[in-house]
Design a protein around this ligand. Structure first.
Ligand code: NCD
Length: 316
């Protein structure tokens, strides 16, 4: 069920960044901070001993699934998984609702990815244990938003008052939808959306930002986005969401960040990317001090540990 969590995660599904308020985000961050030594392999923990997480991944994933499984297992829990639609009962025609009813018999918590927007909610409707959205089509990716905010906070020491430029495929990129919604709870945050006309941030996200009084600007100019940014959030053009490949090819090379551009335009900003990067961030950016994308991956484990503990009602 979709409802604002209001610091009460126990037993709840986490399907959308719309469920978060500032207190929720801060609670996740404080748990993640405490769990970091475990995530970083410096300490061991048995907090989730005896619990099982089902990973249902019906769409490609490396980081997100491994990050969830690592989080669970480093806290002493276990995982069972289904990877790929073709190996699941969904390919035989089972409904998502029924799959949910089945999985609740096996697991204490479910992390799920699916190519269709809204599919996770459908499964959650039939499932009596907490279901976490690990990416639904071009919809949302709310756990990524939490780890992104945790990363911004670690890198910059704050989130309030920052200007965040999101660049690339803002239409199909689910990470930027969830991140925009989650950032709307911080004070004096400014968003700059850099994309071509055909890949603009969806109207429903913009509407929500307007309702919250968040200042955002839409531009096609990479230069303008970079100049103003404390944080630049690069994204991959989501090839798999295009019906015709010429459309994808038209967009894929529009915004490419390299070391020279960073030095010429803004060497103070931190550079984030949910990964995988294709060519929109060149490898020579990796040596720039602000390049935070690999640190971002590491932060994901601590944040998912925090979330798992919260929905399972385990105090940290
Ligand atoms: C993103 C996703 O799957 O939405 N990756 C991730 O989870 N870290 C971004 C992408 O695929 O471009």
């Amino acid at each position: 069920m979709i409802r604002v969590l209001s610091m009460d995660f126990k037993g709840s599904d986490f399907l959308s960044a719309k469920q978060l308020n500032r207190g929720d985000i801060e609670l996740v961050m404080s748990y993640a901070h405490k769990l970091e030594p475990v995530a970083q392999k410096k300490k061991t923990s048995d907090l989730l001993h005896g619990k099982i997480m089902a990973a249902l991944f019906y769409e490609p994933s490396t980081r997100t699934r491994m990050s969830f499984e690592t989080a669970m297992q480093r806290l002493g829990g276990r995982t069972v998984s289904v990877v790929g639609m073709e190996f699941s009962s969904l390919s035989k025609g089972e409904t998502l609702f029924d799959t949910g009813k089945v999985v609740e018999n096996f697991a204490d918590v479910v992390a799920m990815r699916h190519p269709k927007e809204g599919a996770i909610e459908e499964l959650a409707g039939g499932c009596n244990v907490p279901v976490i959205n690990a990416g639904d089509g071009a919809g949302e990716h709310p756990t990524q938003a939490l780890l992104d905010i945790y990363t911004i906070h670690k890198e910059k020491g704050k989130v309030d008052g920052l200007t965040v430029a999101m660049v690339g495929d803002l239409k199909f990129g689910r990470t930027v939808h969830s991140l925009s919604l989650a950032l709307s709870h911080f004070n004096d945050v400014e968003l700059v959306f850099v994309s071509p006309e055909g890949l603009k941030m969806p109207e429903h996200v913009c509407r929500m930002l307007k309702e919250k009084g968040i200042v955002y600007k839409e531009t096609e100019s990479f230069q303008e986005g970079l100049e103003r940014a404390d944080v630049v959030y690069m994204t991959r053009v989501q090839q798999e969401r295009f019906e015709v490949s010429e459309e994808y090819e038209k967009y894929r090379d529009l915004y490419i960040l390299d070391e020279k551009i960073v030095h010429e335009i803004n060497s103070e900003m931190i550079i984030m990317h949910p990964l995988p990067r294709i060519w929109e961030v060149k490898a020579d950016v990796d040596q720039v001090p602000g390049a935070a994308y690999f640190r971002q991956v590491g932060n994901g484990v601590a944040v998912r540990m925090a979330l798992l503990c919260l929905v399972l009602g385990v105090k940290v």
